[in-house]
Design a protein around this ligand. Structure first.
Ligand code: C5P
Length: 407
């Protein structure tokens, strides 16, 4: 169940007797390493107390849409963006009807409308209510919208009836939630990802660097692991913790990053260059701290750094190679130029002049630029975007390899 490690899960609880099992589900998700935030409808609080779920999740329970205090803490949009997965267990017939008709009349329905994360429902209701034509129509509609259904199970019900409508057991639900994080689209593949800034030393205490946080590269590494890949993350100095199960190589300079990128490159299937590599480094590193002199102007002599992604792309055993283009103007022109000049297969272009996306921000919006076309991906959290990017890259890389195999 390591797939749940560090995953951010919203557990929605609606009104039904199975709500008592949500306490155990919360405990299991937490034990598997997930960060759980519980959102309850008012009917749910008739069956189980928020205090129980607060104690088990270790987070405050969210209940109201129009609550100024809650909105000031973590409002419905923030919650929607925070989630890697929204799991609603139990999901009542009434809740499914409201979701199917697109209502946003409480916190849980609103955040379902606002989230880009996958939504999963664990239906729980009387067997006759489950069989009812309206419920079945809602199920069909929700499935068509990509909302996943876990269950329901068949068996004895709290009301004494027997049939379909039982909520699945917490262990089954936790396992199904974990499976959501394994698309398998990179099974058996090896992916190298560069991330963060490089530091180019001037003397023993100073260096040239940039503001890259490494968030995008680290999110890509996590998404690639979740997709079944073996991942080497070649990281400049950042404050992030590497995802579990990646081989993380910590580097400082561009030259070190190049060495760690090229090593075993013949075993790499996909290379993603998300690092913000310093273009130049000081020609020489002073042995001792450079002292302040009397002169007003100081000249630094810099030499060009190797281009890591271009070196990888020109290797004899080149992997499918992806670069980033962070630009403040003429985004697509520069991205296309990089694609051709560095001989890349794909460029992920993002406009860093926009404050709400890019460096340091938790969100990003990008355009995928390849030889034949441009595909925009809308603004979303870097974690969600990373999942979409990895799916796209996996699809394109395997199509590319098939084409190569054809010749
Ligand atoms: O040339 P520019 O820095 O704009 O290109 C950005 C892309 O090239 C990014 O994918 C970055 O990781 C990669 N790059 C590199 N080595 C360099 C400079 C950039 O791999 N020296």
């Amino acid at each position: 169940m390591h797939r749940l490690t560090n995953k951010q899960i919203i557990l929605g609880i609606t009104g039904g007797i199975a709500a008592y099992k949500s306490a155990e589900l919360t405990r299991l998700l937490k034990a598997a390493g997930a960060d759980v935030r519980v959102v309850m409808t008012s009917a749910a609080t008739e069956f189980i107390t928020p205090l129980t779920l607060q104690a088990l999740s270790g987070n405050p329970v969210h209940r109201h849409l129009l609550d100024t205090e809650a909105e000031a803490g973590m409002g419905h949009i923030e919650l929607a963006k925070w989630a890697d997965l929204v799991l609603i267990a139990p999901s009542s017939a009434n809740f499914m009807a409201r979701l199917a008709s697109g209502l946003g009349d409480d916190l849980l329905t609103t955040l379902c409308l606002a989230t880009d994360a996958p939504i999963c429902l664990a239906p729980a209701m009387n067997q006759a209510m489950w069989r009812d034509a309206s419920t079945q129509r809602n199920v069909e509609q929700l499935s068509a919208r990509g909302i996943r259904l876990f269950g329901p199970g068949v068996g004895e019900q709290a009301c004494g009836d027997t049939g379909a409508g039982r909520m699945l057991e917490p262990t089954e639900l936790a396992q199904l939630a974990a499976n959501c994080f394994h698309s398998g689209c990179l099974s058996g593949k090896t992916v190298f990802i560069t991330a963060g800034p490089t530091r180019e030393p001037l003397d023993p205490v100073r260096y040239l660097s940039n503001h890259s946080s490494g968030k995008m590269g680290y999110a890509l590494a996590q998404a690639a692991i979740d997709a079944g890949a073996r991942v080497r993350l070649i990281s400049g100095p950042v404050t992030l913790t590497p995802p579990a199960r990646v081989e993380c190589v910590q580097v400082e300079t561009a030259e070190q990053m190049l060495a760690a990128s090229i090593r075993d490159i013949e075993h790499c299937d996909i290379f993603i260059a998300a690092a913000a590599v310093a273009d130049y480094r000081p020609t020489a590193v002073a042995e001792h701290k450079i002292k302040k002199g009397s002169e007003e102007i100081m000249e630094l002599h810099l030499v060009k750094n190797p281009d890591i992604v271009a070196s990888v792309a020109s290797h004899t055993h080149r992997p499918y190679t992806v670069g980033f283009a962070a630009e403040t103007r003429d985004l697509l022109t520069y991205a296309r130029d990089k694609l051709e000049r560095k001989k890349l297969d794909l460029v992920i272009a993002n406009d860093v002049s926009r404050q709400e996306i890019g460096f340091g921000s938790d969100e990003n919006a990008v355009t995928l630029v390849c030889r034949n076309n441009d595909t925009p991906l809308p603004q979303t959290s870097k974690r969600q975007l990373a999942v979409k990017l990895i799916e796209e890259i996996a699809r394109r890389a395997s199509a590319d390899q098939e084409t190569v195999a054809d010749f």
